[in-house]
Design a protein around this ligand. Structure first.
Ligand code: ATP
Ligand code: MG
Length: 283
């Protein structure tokens, strides 16, 4: 077994914009960390259930079985809503449409924003990394994820309106930081779906790197059709096309995440030094 740098580091993958690569990043970063022998859990926190199906846990197989929804409302301990995947060190707490109900059901609940954090507490020590795939909204589910998280990672699509809505997201994080979770830090911004032939994409990369200097992962995820295909086969890219550029990008991202969290490990990553990586988005 490799290094044990963290005890259950919880990372929320969030952006209220739809289709920017949250789920693709959650699933493939998690798979890459697991291949590196880090005990990794994906929490699917989106009623669309895309992360669950991308990891081979489909809607039908969940009928009558506990999901993250049941753990969130306290019906079962989270440990009973965790399922294995095709990768040894990788498990998933799946979601389905039931989770939509939680937004409403939790409205009157005591300490409603802390429900996910409380559910995770029971299993946190059993994992090295816990990645939460957030839904495309800033509602109760995302606030629960931010309250439970040690850090947050923001995928940004390399397109014209990439930064639109980012200040709203950062504002939400700063509210969470003020009241519910003062310890949350920034894992970083990840540029996704990059197409080098597109001048605009290059411009977006330059702009984001200038605006958020030192806060953006070196790894840029290219637009890669293999990444969009693999989820329909219920597999992370590592099990679908290990030679693809998409796979390489997520392995590199995992290397950056590991080196930010284990500065002594001597990995050959070119990730920024840990002091650059902290204090990121000026919360
Ligand atoms: N790097 C990529 N190259 C090509 N296609 C990609 C890439 N990343 C994601 N996609 C595809 O783009 C679509 C949106 O990606 P994804 O589902 O990861 O985004 P999301 O932010 O989770 O969306 P939502 O907000 O709906 O949850 C999916 O069809 C996915 O397969
Ligand atoms: Mg998604």
């Amino acid at each position: 077994m490799a290094y044990k740098e963290t005890m259950g580091k919880v990372i929320a993958i969030a952006n209220q914009k739809g289709g920017v690569g949250k789920t693709t990043t959650t699933v493939n970063l998690a798979a890459s960390l697991a291949i590196g022998e880090r005990r990794t859990l994906v929490i699917d926190f989106d009623p669309q259930g895309n992360a669950s199906s991308a990891l081979g846990v489909d809607r039908e197989s969940l009928v009558g079985k506990p999901t993250i929804y049941h753990a969130l409302i306290g019906q079962v301990p989270l440990s009973q809503a965790i399922y294995p995947t095709g990768i040894d060190c990788l498990s998933v707490a799946p979601a389905n449409g039931d989770l939509t109900g939680a937004e409403i059901e939790l409205v009157t609940a005591f300490a409603r924003e802390g429900k996910l954090k409380a559910a995770i507490a029971e299993i946190k020590a059993q994992y090295d990394y816990i990645l939460i795939d957030c839904p495309p909204s800033l509602g109760m589910l995302t606030v629960n994820a931010m309250t439970a998280a040690d850090s947050f990672l923001v995928p940004l699509q390399c397109e014209y309106f990439a930064l639109e809505g980012l200040s709203q997201l950062l504002h939400t994080v700063s509210l969470v930081k003020q009241s519910l979770n003062p310890k949350i830090t920034e894992e970083g911004i990840l540029l996704t779906m990059f197409d080098g032939r597109n001048n605009l994409a290059n411009e977006v990369v330059r702009e984001v790197r200038t605006h958020f200097a030192g806060k953006v992962f070196d790894t840029i995820v290219p637009r890669n059709v293999r990444l969009s295909e693999c989820s329909s086969f219920g597999k992370p890219i590592l099990l679908y096309d290990i030679d693809s550029k998409g796979c390489l990008a997520y392995l590199n991202l995992a290397k950056e995440v590991l080196s930010r969290n284990q500065p002594q490990a001597g990995l050959s990553s070119e990730a920024p030094a840990p002091e650059q990586a902290s204090g990121i988005l000026a919360l």
